[in-house]
Design a protein. Sequence first.
Length: 297
Amino acid sequence: MRITTAEVERRAMRQAIALSAWGRGTTSPNPPVGCVVLDSDGRLVGQGWHRRKGEPHAEAHVLAQAGYAARGGTAVVTLEPCCHHGRTPPCHRALIEAGIVRVVIAVLDPTSRGRGGSALLHEAGIDVVEGLLVEEAHLVLGPWLAALERQRPVLTWGCFLTREGSLTGDATVLPGEIDTLVHDDTSTASATPAVTERLAPRSLSTLPNDPHQALAGLHHEGARVVGLAAGGVTAQSYLDAGLIDHIEAHSPHEVANLPNLPDGYRLARISRLNDGLRLSLIRNNANTTWSSLLSHR
Ligand SMILES: [Zn+2]
């Protein structure tokens, strides 16, 4: 049975979404974006993702790979192509010059304000589709979008529940997509090479005491998804300020005293690990789409 263009494009978008996830943790302050280019017969002729700030955007990367095969083809991209001259030329221009005739987009860029890449592509006579698999694309772009909306990074607290129920910092439970690790002096952060290799760890003692100021400063420096590895007492000011969006707690024992987990959060997921449990909690009043998506990670 011949598959339809719509089905080919949905498959390509899922591929672009999966590719984009490889950029999580390394692209900040840029978004993690994936792109697939199909030729005029619907065959895949290029695929890739944005790796880090200063390197080519996903579209430019993939168009270079596709070369002449992109003429008359379709670009499938998880975020609206950019329209601004930054460190790299704008992607809408690169798509037009490559001879792309159709662009399929999942998420519109909230920073493009009406005259973004999508509008410019349309004006150039390109067939533009917006909103394909937008919820699935949010699985990867959600935290970046949330950070943009709130002008502060998404914050996940990684902690370890001792047998007595007290909390110590634990960087090993933090997700790989965090771009910045903040730790206290007693946490396991510095003893976790697999994690610290990818991150620029920051000691809490180098940040302002006020949690709002600390996160605003990190956001200004380009952090979008921050992991906090700190003990319960140290993390308390961030909890009190309502700034911890997500808690990952590693519980290797049957814990006698779970009440030490903070109020105001609900269990979003419980994973059975080889050496215990991982409890994933999200804030009760979290009302944006990304938080429910984070819980399904
Ligand atoms: Zn771009």
